[in-house]
Design a protein around this ligand. Structure first.
Ligand SMILES: Cc1cc2nc3c(=O)[nH]c(=O)nc-3n(C[C@H](O)[C@H](O)[C@H](O)COP(=O)(O)OP(=O)(O)OC[C@H]3O[C@@H](n4cnc5c(N)ncnc54)[C@H](O)[C@@H]3O)c2cc1C
Ligand SMILES: *[C@@H]1O[C@H](CO)[C@@H](O)[C@H](O)[C@H]1NC(C)=O
Ligand SMILES: *[C@@H]1O[C@H](CO)[C@@H](O)[C@H](O)[C@H]1NC(C)=O
Ligand SMILES: *[C@@H]1O[C@H](CO)[C@@H](O)[C@H](O)[C@H]1NC(C)=O
Ligand SMILES: *[C@@H]1O[C@H](CO)[C@@H](O)[C@H](O)[C@H]1NC(C)=O
Ligand SMILES: *[C@@H]1O[C@H](CO)[C@@H](O)[C@H](O)[C@H]1NC(C)=O
Ligand SMILES: *[C@@H]1O[C@H](CO)[C@@H](O)[C@H](O)[C@H]1NC(C)=O
Ligand SMILES: *[C@@H]1O[C@H](CO)[C@@H](O)[C@H](O)[C@H]1NC(C)=O
Ligand SMILES: *[C@@H]1O[C@H](CO)[C@@H](O)[C@H](O)[C@H]1NC(C)=O
Ligand SMILES: *[C@@H]1O[C@H](CO)[C@@H](O)[C@H](O)[C@H]1NC(C)=O
Ligand SMILES: *[C@@H]1O[C@H](CO)[C@@H](O)[C@H](O)[C@H]1NC(C)=O
Ligand SMILES: *[C@@H]1O[C@H](CO)[C@@H](O)[C@H](O)[C@H]1NC(C)=O
Ligand SMILES: *[C@@H]1O[C@H](CO)[C@@H](O)[C@H](O)[C@H]1NC(C)=O
Length: 606
């Protein structure tokens, strides 16, 4: 696979400039042509591939990406949008993490998906493209003390990321988005749904019938998210657009100064004290070739300029702690030598509880049969395979419309809690409308509508920590879902709101009734019990290496994303985002990574 780029596979030299090697995707460390690079990026995920792309725009800069996971090439469940729900959890493309018992969920545990594949979570996510509100970003600017993170100042980076493209079926998207606020010359494809579903018009009719509570929003990416509208998705011509398919392939991966090694799990970073300085400078990255059946062998590579951690909200703090940056008490307990005592590493996690509310419906035109009937699935895949742009029911993610909604201003909960949302353009809860059963234990027969009702301005904070020095043991992940009365209140109100939405006359001849799991939950207490019994995460964890002002007594990175108190180390991934946006997180990660790349280039004048 690598050899298509004409790289001499067995050549081992000390600098990549000693060989005329084309950029490549290496499957084995024996193919890696060098051990010293200007920058080493840990994790070829959503953010990591953005940084790899932007830094290698300068041909004099050499970059190595170390990705623990596997290749994304040719994987149907990754490429075909509607099959995304099959890509994780507990597959060859997942880290197979399980959360710590959740107090707010009756002590339940559940699988927490993370992409173990080039492209990271952008290769396995559900492709919703939502930037968040202007308020979300203005709060990041205010928390970090850096106006560069404000909505207005990030517009340039939003446009560098986004390339709005026509939907798969080629229909005009006018009326489904606001053309004025989109980017057309960025890298990552964004579009609107390319296959009409039977619920689309009913959702829209409900926004007219109940416009006071559920207004239509032409475009939730203008800075004001509030209302219900068409889902924008990271899809190109009916196939997933990930950081791997956009920022690397097809063309950028050919840059001779960009090397990517798969199956390379970074296990520790090593520091030295340069010129008698007291500051630890991190330049050595130890990784292990991580292929089933192979013995664990460690290798070291060196970054001449910087190491960039892009391992995501769970693995970035895990690696910091394994490398001696973290809460000294915790590190002492594990026998890890503390190089920098920073108790904020792994703290401040915020995430979105996901609640699925399925309904029985009278139609047989839902997507359920695709997942019940293998010959129908095979014929839909064959149609998708045989067409380009791809056609048929598989060209979109599961939710063709979604919405962002606020509690009424006079809600009783605001007597106990100040409003935790970032501002009036940010919501407290989210609806996603799916033309299929979503939720655990899907039935093997029948037709369903699901209204997801997710808590998106949570007060609860969780954490990541380690309880082992073994880098192959998963970190402890505690998102602390429904961990405050506020979050529970929102969950209950959102479920009641979903019921009101479903009671609109637009659904009278369509919805038969709520599915068993919640049909009997009518009082607030019963609805709360239903929420605690069924909630999981929508996989939006952020904040575990949070950004804070330079010189602050808390936080992990400065506003330029350099790790506080050490040298040579930066973090560019979801973990630096201080508070979860009232949005899906991938667009925010792309935007942070675009600006993060520019901050690195600026610092090194490259
Ligand atoms: C199932 C699922 C559905 C989602 N749906 C949506 C959605 O519809 N819309 C949306 O906006 N967001 C969605 N998200 C969230 C969004 O995808 C993530 O917030 C975002 O992609 C995270 O980007 P990241 O760069 O921080 O981490 P990642 O993309 O996870 O990248 C981290 C990378 O580092 C690698 N890595 C980790 N540890 C090591 C190590 N020690 N050594 C080497 N490599 C390592 C990983 O394998 C991975 O490739 C979803 C997430 C999931 C899991
Ligand atoms: C997760 O489990 C699957 C299925 O067992 C496996 O193929 C994959 O390698 C596992 N992921 C990791 C990171 O071990
Ligand atoms: C260390 O000292 C040498 C010689 O004085 C100098 O060239 C080099 O830049 C210094 N390195 C750092 C990181 O300060
Ligand atoms: C990597 O470098 C560190 C620090 O110099 C050293 O302790 C470790 O043994 C090295 N690992 C390998 C595999 O060479
Ligand atoms: C560090 O960890 C210990 C043990 O978990 C905990 O008791 C302590 O509060 C933490 N320190 C800080 C400052 O958070
Ligand atoms: C992070 O957590 C600490 C302690 O709980 C808190 O003081 C700080 O405000 C938090 N930061 C953010 C951005 O939430
Ligand atoms: C679907 O419903 C229509 C009308 O309601 C009916 O004519 C058709 O036979 C049904 N198809 C299947 C496969 O059940
Ligand atoms: C499964 O799908 C095939 C192909 O569309 C169809 O012919 C068959 O009737 C379906 N089977 C059932 C049980 O609905
Ligand atoms: C679709 O194409 C892939 C390869 O691109 C192949 O593996 C798969 O079998 C094809 N599926 C169908 C149903 O044609
Ligand atoms: C609710 O309060 C917000 C400010 O928090 C304000 O912008 C909005 O107009 C208020 N809404 C109503 C209906 O009063
Ligand atoms: C909030 O105000 C609405 C009308 O504006 C009213 O119907 C409702 O009862 C009020 N709710 C509370 C909790 O005061
Ligand atoms: C460490 O954490 C993992 C994951 O939460 C758990 O399965 C394991 O039992 C813990 N081990 C110890 C020694 O606490
Ligand atoms: C409702 O039904 C579920 C099972 O579907 C059950 O677990 C739950 O206890 C019931 N709740 C009430 C209030 O009866």
């Amino acid at each position: 696979m690598f050899s298509k780029f004409g790289c001499l596979q067995s050549l081992v030299v000390t600098s990549i400039f000693a060989t005329k090697c084309y950029g490549a995707l290496y499957e084995s460390v024996s193919q890696l042509p060098g051990w010293i690079y200007d920058f080493i990026i840990v994790g070829g995920g959503t953010a990591g591939n953005v940084v790899a792309n932007r830094l290698t725009e300068n041909s004099a800069v050499s970059v190595l990406v170390l990705e623990a996971g596997v290749s994304d090439r040719g994987v149907q469940d990754i490429e075909i949008p509607l099959l995304a729900s099959l890509a994780t959890p507990n597959t060859a493309y997942d880290w197979n993490y399980t959360v710590a018992p959740q107090q707010g969920l009756y002590g339940r545990v559940f699988s927490y998906a993370r992409g173990y594949v080039l492209g990271g979570c952008s290769s396995v996510n559900l492709m919703v493209y939502s930037r968040g509100s202007s308020d979300d970003y203005n709060r990041y600017a205010s928390i970090s003390g850096d106006p560069g993170w404000s909505w207005d100042n990030l517009q340039y980076y939003i446009k560098r990321n986004e390339r709005f493209t026509p939907p798969a079926d080629g229909h005009s998207p006018i009326g489904q988005y606001d053309p004025a606020v989109h980017g057309y010359s960025g890298i990552n494809s964004v579009t609107v749904p390319g296959y009409p579903t039977v619920i689309d018009q009913r959702v829209l009719r409900t926004t007219q019938e109940l416009s006071g509570d559920f207004p239509f929003n032409l475009d939730m990416n203008t800075g004001n998210t509030i209302g219900i509208g068409w889902t924008q998705e990271t899809i190109l011509d009916g196939a997933r657009s990930s950081s791997a398919t956009s920022y690397l392939e097809p063309q950028f991966i050919n840059r001779p100064n960009l090397h990517i090694l798969l199956h390379a799990q970074v296990t520790q970073l090593f520091a030295s004290k340069i010129n008698g300085s007291k500051v630890h400078s991190f330049h050595t990255v130890q990784f292990s070739e991580n292929r089933q059946g192979l013995p664990i062998t460690n290798y070291n590579v060196t970054a001449k300029k910087e190491v960039v951690l892009s391992a995501g909200s769970f693995n970035t703090p895990q690696l910091l702690m394994l490398s001696g940056i973290g809460n000294k008490t915790v590190l002492d307990g594990l026998g890890i030598k503390t190089l920098l005592d920073n108790p904020w590493v792994g703290q401040n996690m915020s995430d979105h509880p996901l609640i699925t509310n399925p309904f029985y419906v009278s139609s047989n035109q839902t997507f359920d049969p695709i997942f019940h009937n293998t010959s129908l699935l095979a014929s839909d895949i064959a149609q998708w395979n045989a067409t380009y742009p791809h056609e048929g029911p598989l060209v979109d993610g599961r939710g063709t419309l979604l919405g962002w909604l606020r509690l009424p201003n006079n809600s009783s909960i605001f007597q106990k809690y100040p409003d935790p949302s970032a501002g009036p353009h940010s919501s407290h809860y989210e609806f996603i409308f799916a033309n299929v059963f979503a939720g655990s234990s899907p039935p093997s027969l029948g037709n369903y509508l699901t209204i997801f009702s997710n808590v998106v301005s949570p007060v609860a904070r969780g954490y990541v920590t380690i309880n082992s020095t073994n880098p192959f043991v998963q970190p402890i992940i505690n998102p602390n879902l429904l961990g405050t009365d506020f979050d529970v209140y929102v969950a209950v109100e959102a479920i009641k709101s979903a019921r009101r939405f479903a009671n609109a006359s637009a659904w009278a001849d369509y919805i038969v009734g709520p599915y068993e799991t919640w049909a009997n939950a009518t009082t607030d207490a019963e609805i709360e019990a239903y929420a605690r019994r069924t909630a999981t995460s929508i996989w939006h964890a952020v904040g575990t290496s949070t950004m804070s002002p330079r010189g602050a007594s808390w936080g992990v990175v400065d506003p330029d994303l350099r790790v506080k108190g050490v040298s040579g180390l930066r973090i560019v991934d979801a973990s630096v985002i201080p508070i979860v946006p009232a949005a899906h997180t991938q667009a925010v990660v792309y935007i942070f990574a675009e600006r993060g790349s520019d901050l690195i280039k600026g610092a090194w004048k490259i």
